[in-house]
Design a protein around this ligand. Structure first.
Ligand code: TMP
Length: 210
């Protein structure tokens, strides 16, 4: 049984990750590839409890380091209990966010230094990384307006616009140096975004089959 592939959808709030997840899921179903969906933070009972901690407002300062450690605690649980065993059994995994979110939000948005992030990443993940990341790039104002229209904003979504601008810049600067990350223009209408997603998935499949 060949090892499964790990595909991750990334992007700011309101970028359209849920509909992109559905699009990837349909694509894999059409190709008769066994797969499962996961999300971060979350995806195991303990990691879901961490998700609630991260999202709720607190009557105390939540330091950038606390936030970062919680993200990695959740990720450690998910990779060990769900992602690795699934991939080992030949199942593909579609992730709603992964490590790139920490590098963009905690690195770019919160300003945690790169070398600190890199040592934590090495401790938790070692060489583990997605086979393909699809980054839905959206202007922060547009994404936040969509998120606001959906309902109440969580603790992170309530950050100022400048935080999301820094996060987006970090997403894009990392993507520019990593060929496994494909940027998709999520400012387009949904049909165009899905067309671009499918194009990337077909390219990935063709490359994997060679
Ligand atoms: P969402 O995936 O439902 O949008 O919520 C997750 C929130 O957590 C979102 O605001 C992004 C943030 N986040 C980080 O800041 N760092 C991370 O490593 C991850 C996975 C998420």
């Amino acid at each position: 049984m060949p090892r499964g592939k790990f595909i991750v959808i990334e992007g700011l709030e309101g970028a359209g990750k849920s509909s992109a997840m559905a699009c990837v899921k349909n694509f894999l179903t059409e190709h008769a590839i066994p797969h499962r969906q996961v999300r971060e933070p979350g995806g195991t009972p303990m990691a879901e409890a961490i998700r609630a901690l991260v999202k709720q407002p607190w009557m105390e300062t939540v330091t950038a380091e606390t936030e970062l450690l919680l993200m990695y605690a959740s990720r450690a649980q998910l990779v060990a209990n769900v992602i690795e065993p699934s991939l080992a059994q030949g199942e593909w995994v579609i992730g709603d966010r992964h490590d790139l979110s920490s590098r963009a939000y905690q690195g770019g948005g919160r300003g945690i230094a790169d070398e600190k992030l890199a040592s934590l990443r090495q401790l938790v993940l070692g060489e583990f990384q997605p086979d393909l990341t699809l980054l839905l790039d959206i202007e922060p104002q547009r994404g936040l307006a969509r998120a606001q229209a959906r309902g109440d904003l969580d603790r992170i979504e309530q950050e100022e616009l400048a935080f999301f601008k820094r996060t987006r810049q970090r997403y894009l600067s990392i993507a520019a140096t990593d060929p496994t990350i494909q940027v998709i223009d999520a400012n387009q209408d949904m049909a165009a975004v899905h067309r671009d997603l499918l194009q990337q998935l077909q390219r990935f499949m063709a490359q994997e089959l060679n």
